[in-house]
Design a protein around this ligand. Structure first.
Ligand code: GZL
Length: 337
């Protein structure tokens, strides 16, 4: 009996030690590439056009530090050619993985074919691309922009469920040719025109988009464009801004003309950055569709798996909420950006 107990104790201790060593071995391997050196990630950021973008960059830098991954970080200053140059330099440096937030959807085939030829995996962060060739990236981590647009449209239909007649909408669009601009634009219209919903109020309102003008996701451009819109159109009922920076610029433009944002004009925005949430608390923004910038940890997990040769999901979407004027202040997010 005693021998049996001792034998089972030895087996138990041995399995505990081997499990611990496996863990150590796995965690040790995860910060090293095949050559026993630190994993190197090349990241080509598109710019610093918005608070959201700054938060995204901070999330990536912080996560690389915590995951023990060496980060080569380049800021393309809103120019696709700079992103392409940065990716080419990562290839020359033979980084382990390349990641980037493509400023626009097209024009990436050649540079990604160069990365593929060198056997360097590529991860899309935040924004999608459209390519002629298949298999040019290993994974995408970010948001579903079409769904974000639908969320904005669904809320608007509920807001005007009891309205009669025409509801006059103006739109501030994000960067031309970018996937968030296209997705939010399409999803918003899909929801407004979608008449076969089960659980949503059938609205007799007729939503009319008077104009959809570019704001480049920037506060200054959002204000400038909203000033043009206010000079050109009267009786505006709703503003749909593709991000908070443009919405906040438009709020300034409205207030300068004595228009009460959130009251005279219903304001819908996307992101949920700090200044927009504060504006919602002041009654100046009515609905914010969250867009999560914190992709750093998920990106580093993907990088580790790709280096270890572990298969990864092709798309990883963020969980995102919708915040409205009906939410209690304490239920609204307090983002550090
Ligand atoms: C969306 C992101 C957009 C944000 C804007 O994932 O690409 O770009 O909504 C940012 O704030 O400029």
């Amino acid at each position: 009996m005693k021998k049996l107990f001792l034998a089972s104790l030895v087996v138990l201790v041995a399995s505990a030690i081997s499990t611990y060593l496996l863990y150590l071995d796995d965690s040790f391997l995860e910060t090293e590439n095949d050559f026993g050196s630190k994993i190197v990630l090349g990241f080509a950021q598109l710019g610093a056009e918005s608070e959201w973008r700054s938060a995204s960059s901070a999330s990536i830098k912080d996560a690389a530090r915590r995951y023990g991954i060496e980060l080569m970080f380049e800021n393309a200053q809103q120019k696709q050619e700079n992103q392409i140059k940065a990716i080419r330099s990562f290839i020359a440096h033979r980084v382990d993985v390349i990641a980037f937030s493509p400023i626009v959807e097209t024009g990436w085939d050649n540079i990604l074919l160069e990365a593929k030829a060198e056997g360097i995996p590529v991860v899309l962060v935040d924004r999608h691309i459209r390519t002629e060739s298949d298999g040019l990236f290993a994974a995408f981590v970010g948001s579903d922009f079409v769904e974000e647009g639908r969320k904005a449209g669904r809320w608007l239909r509920k807001k005007f469920a009891d309205a009669e007649g025409e509801v006059r909408v103006v739109e501030l669009r994000g960067t031309e040719g970018s996937s968030p601009m296209r997705g939010r634009y399409e999803g918003f219209r899909e929801a407004l025109g979608d008449n076969d919903w089960d659980n949503d109020p059938k609205s007799s309102a007729q939503f009319k988009v008077l104009c959809s003008l570019r704001g480049d996701f920037m506060r200054s451009k959002g204000r400038e464009t909203m000033e043009q819109i206010l000079s050109s159109y009267s009786n505006i009922d709703v503003l749909f801004a593709h991000n908070d920076d443009m919405a906040m610029g438009a709020v300034e433009a409205m207030e300068e003309r004595g228009i009460r944002p959130g009251k005279d004009v219903v304001v819908i925005s996307v992101d949920a950055q700090r200044s927009a949430v504060e504006a919602m608390k002041q009654g100046k923004i009515n609905c914010i569709v969250e867009c999560n910038p914190y992709v750093g940890d998920r990106l580093m997990e993907l990088v580790r798996k790709l280096v270890a040769g572990v298969s990864v999901p092709s798309r990883i979407y963020s969980e995102e909420k919708v915040y409205t004027e009906d939410d209690a202040p304490e239920d609204l997010p307090v983002h550090p950006y």
